[in-house]
Design a binder for this molecule. Structure first.
Ligand SMILES: Cc1cc2nc3c(=O)[nH]c(=O)nc-3n(C[C@H](O)[C@H](O)[C@H](O)COP(=O)(O)OP(=O)(O)OC[C@H]3O[C@@H](n4cnc5c(N)ncnc54)[C@H](O)[C@@H]3O)c2cc1C
Length: 394
């Protein structure tokens, strides 16, 4: 087993780190304060080639491996995970297009992301259908050579700014998760942005409620087969959870670094607080959690790069990296003492930002459900990634 990165992987990590350090960190706390949309940073990240890393060379993208994408996401999470989420959401929205789109749809919609710094959103969640997406109410009705979409989606990242949307809707209302289909919907087909959410953390990212009122799209915008949208969503999450977990590693690492520096400087009882064993043990646990989470992330990405199914590995990574980021951020606030609670100091933002990692792309409870199912009813580890048909919720 070789944990060394290739020169290309080291280069992309350095590029992402420099970008985070120079373009994201200096404005992160300001953008968080007023919930400022980081459109200028999206443009710069697009220019330097840090977005759309998953799109293959065939469609004009860089076609990076999954591990490289994780290296980028850890560095962006280290800079600001709110801005990082805004930059990385195109991956979540476009994997279903990569997996299920016709040649024409791939060229058109992946092409749009590569020609200009445009954004796309992934629309699965609804007000009454979160972890259990089988309860979704949005419908897509076939009328002639078109589908007509009606319904509402909630908590959609980049929803206010996206140029197009991957939308999940019922094509068979009675069939639960087996009646869901996926579609690509351009914004100008009539997608309505109802509201932008005001959030606890990741305040620079945009999270919107959307509605679809008789939105007509060509039948060719169906992704994959009719009523196979749930499987497509699960296959998408297998591919994106390593990256989102890497972002959690980045948050934890940043909080750990701030807390370590602070512990060396802050003097109480005549010595730096780092001399107190209680502080040392918190720092030691932060370090171990960061390292262990990164190893799980790398494993879940490496399986994908080898063409293997990674459902279990990506849930291990997501569960552990998200929970670790939260624990590390809480301990970082503890190490800062009262100052940790004050907005002028850096770690309170990280504590707020870390929380979402336990919620989106499958909560920590849902990851445990997947882990339990895969453990109690194991499937062949060597099965190709495409064979994955998950039966748990998003
Ligand atoms: C900032 C933000 C960005 C988001 N971005 C997107 C996006 O771009 N696209 C998108 O489609 N969605 C997005 N989401 C939605 C997110 O994926 C959901 O919020 C998440 O899946 C949980 O759904 P819910 O909020 O309805 O919670 P619920 O499903 O109602 O869950 C509530 C609680 O019950 C627990 N729970 C539910 N079922 C079980 C069970 N069977 N066993 C044990 N515990 C259970 C959950 O873990 C949670 O603790 C985003 C959410 C937020 C807050």
């Amino acid at each position: 087993m070789d944990f060394n990165l290739t020169n290309e992987q080291k280069d992309i990590r350095e590029l992402a780190h420099d970008f985070s350090e120079k373009e994201i960190r200096p404005v992160a706390w300001e953008y968080d304060k007023d919930s400022t949309w980081p459109g200028d940073i999206v443009e710069k990240a697009w220019e330097v080639g840090l977005m759309n890393s998953h799109i293959s060379e065939e469609y004009g993208g860089p076609g990076l491996d999954y591990l490289s994408s994780c290296l980028i996401e850890e560095e962006l999470g280290w800079g600001c995970s709110g801005i990082g989420t805004s930059l990385m959401c195109n991956g979540l929205a476009s994997v279903p297009v990569v997996l299920g789109g016709s040649e024409e749809v791939k060229k058109e919609y992946l092409g749009r992301l590569l020609e200009e710094p445009k954004l796309a959103s992934f629309c699965l969640t609804e007000p009454d259908a979160g972890s259990d997406v089988s309860g979704m109410r949005t419908t897509a009705e076939k009328k002639g050579d078109k589908y007509v979409i009606n319904g509402a989606k909630t908590f959609i990242t980049n929803g206010s700014h996206a140029d197009w949307y991957t939308v999940y809707a019922k094509t068979d209302k009675e069939a639960g998760h087996r009646g869901i289909s996926a579609f690509v919907v351009p914004r100008d087909a009539g997608v309505v942005v109802d509201k932008k959410e005001d959030k606890l953390g990741q305040r620079a990212s945009d999270t919107a409620a959307l509605s679809f009122n008789d939105v007509e799209i060509p039948e060719g915008n169906l992704l994959g087969e009719e009523n196979k949208g749930f499987k497509l969503a699960m296959m998408t999450l297998d591919r994106t959870r390593p990256g989102v977990s890497a972002m959690a590693v980045g948050i934890g690492r940043a909080a750990f670094e701030f807390a370590t520096e602070y512990a060396k400087e802050r003097v109480q009882f005549g010595v730096p607080i780092a001399m107190h064993q209680a502080i040392q043990f918190m720092i030691a646990d932060m370090a171990t959690k960061t390292e262990a989470a990164r190893l799980l992330v790398w494993q879940s990405a490496a399986l994908l790069d080898q063409g293997k199914r990674n459902t279990l590995a990506s849930s291990h990574a997501k569960r552990f990296a998200a929970d670790s980021a939260m624990e590390i951020a809480v301990d970082a606030v503890q190490i800062y003492g009262g100052y940790g609670f004050i907005k002028e100091y850096p770690v309170e933002k990280m504590m707020r930002d870390a929380k979402i990692m336990q919620l989106y792309e499958g909560t920590s409870q849902i990851q445990r459900l997947v882990i339990a199912r895969e453990t109690l009813l194991p499937r062949k580890a060597e099965a190709p990634a495409e064979a994955a048909e998950a039966s748990a919720t998003a």
